[in-house]
Every structure is written in C-alpha cells, then in structure tokens.
Design a protein around this ligand. Structure first.
Ligand SMILES: Nc1nc2c(ncn2[C@@H]2O[C@H](COP(=O)(O)OP(=O)(O)OP(=O)(O)O)[C@@H](O)[C@H]2O)c(=O)[nH]1
Ligand SMILES: [Zn+2]
Length: 213
C-alpha cells in the first residue's frame, strides 16, 4: 500500500522482503496518523509505521526508528526511557506535521526477547549493568538489525531523513542499508534514580550520545 492506503509491494531492488499488509487512519492523542503494517516474508512478526503527512519524495523527513519495549512503551517502566522517547517522537512529528515512527517488533531487549530481558533485569537488581547482565545469560549485547526499517522507509518513499536517536550504531546501520541520514536529532529524556544506571551504561558501553556527567 502507498501512503494513501493503496495496494503496493515493498521491494528493494528485486528482493521483496515483506508484504505491506494493512493501512488505516489512526487518531491518537498526538493527532491523526496513518498506521501501516508490514510483515516480513515467511515471518509472523508485524512491524508498524506511524506516518504523519506526505512523505513520498521528501527530504529531511523526521524519523524515529523505535525498538519495541513492552515494559517501557506499554507499562510505563522507569527502568528505561523507551516510552518517553516514543511519546516525544510522536509529539515532535505531530508538531512538524510530517514524519514517521517505524516501530520494530522483535527488537525487544535489544533482540534477546522479553523473557530474557526480564531475566536480565533480575541480574541487574543483583548489581550487574545492562550489558553485563546479557553476557551473564550467555546472550549477545545487541543483535538488532535495521534492514527492515530501511526497506519500510524506502516503501514510504522518503528521500532523506532526520533521525531522532542517541544511538550512533543505529545511524550507521541505516546508512549501510542505503538510508540517507541527513541529520541526527538527539532524543533526550529525564534521568531518574531508576534509569540513571541504564542511561550511564548506554553512554559508557554502547556509545550512546547522552550528554550527562
Ligand atoms: N537486554 C536489555 N535490553 C533492554 C534493557 N533495557 C531496555 N532494553 C531494550 O533496549 C531497546 C531500546 O534500545 P536502547 O539501546 O535503549 O535505545 P536505542 O533505540 O538503541 O537508541 P535511541 O534511538 O537513542 O533510543 C528496547 O528493545 C528495550 O527493550 C536492558 O536492561 N537489557
Ligand atoms: Zn525500554
């Protein structure tokens, strides 16, 4: 489907990697968006693009590529800043009148899944940081891939993006998949006693650009 909900097929070159399976208007507390659902070929996971305004052939489109975080996005967990970042991104896009949040399912826990993330939280309560906890579980620190996000942006027709992120790895991966990242826009959220350790580890071990002591 294109931005107006008409049927289309997502391809990059000749390699079709997903079906664009559904699209509808979606009124939200940030105003009206169009929601698009994408399903990778042969998978059951459903990714989402929340689109505001016309994106086709546009330069410098505001984009948030957001990794699913059930605890933060849905339940308002204060262990991380995901929910706050998602809300801030939707608000900023609404204010600009144009942009998209690409919401990546299957990215939970930086790719290790919900149960493993919760196991990691338990280890964090025993003093490990977010990186050490994954390693203690015998799991990689971050196995997220952004190819599908790049294809979704291609399907929406954006020419270049202003990416709302603090994560340089995400920027590089998207660029490696052919997305023209014109600018990075920091997504700064409030530090609390609950998330300060998580944010500090992101800054010190994962290279996130977070400007605090
Ligand atoms: N394994 C693990 N994953 C976590 C933890 N806290 C949050 N996450 C996951 O981390 C993902 C969010 O990634 P982050 O590294 O926080 O941020 P980012 O999206 O890479 O970068 P930004 O664009 O700057 O937000 C979500 O999928 C969360 O479920 C944790 O303690 N352990
Ligand atoms: Zn989170």
């Amino acid at each position: 489907m294109n931005n107006n909900g008409e049927q289309a097929t997502a391809t990059a070159g000749s390699d079709k990697i997903f079906d664009h399976v559904a699209s509808s208007l979606l009124p939200t507390k940030h105003g009206e968006f169009r929601i698009h659902v994408y399903q990778p070929i042969g998978e059951t996971v459903e990714h989402v693009a929340m689109v505001k305004g016309e994106l086709k052939d546009q330069e410098g489109v505001l984009v948030r590529v957001h990794s699913e975080c059930l605890t933060g996005d849905i339940f308002g967990s204060m262990r991380c800043d995901c929910g706050e970042q998602l809300d801030a991104a939707l608000a900023r896009i609404a204010e600009a009148g144009q942009g998209v949040v690409v919401y990546l399912r299957g990215h939970e826990g930086r790719g290790i899944g919900l149960a493993n993330k919760i196991k990691a939280y338990q280890l964090q309560d025993q003093g490990r940081d977010t990186v050490e906890a994954n390693l203690d579980l015998g799991l990689p620190v971050d196995i997220r891939d952004y190819e599908v996000a790049a294809h979704i942006l291609g399907d929406l027709g954006v020419r270049s993006i202003r990416l709302m992120t603090n994560n340089p790895r995400k920027m590089k991966k998207l660029a490696d998949y052919g997305v023209k990242v014109a600018e990075r826009i920091p997504v700064l959220t409030v530090h609390t006693q609950h998330n300060i350790g998580y944010l500090r580890t992101k800054q010190e071990k994962l290279g996130h650009m977070l400007d605090f002591e």
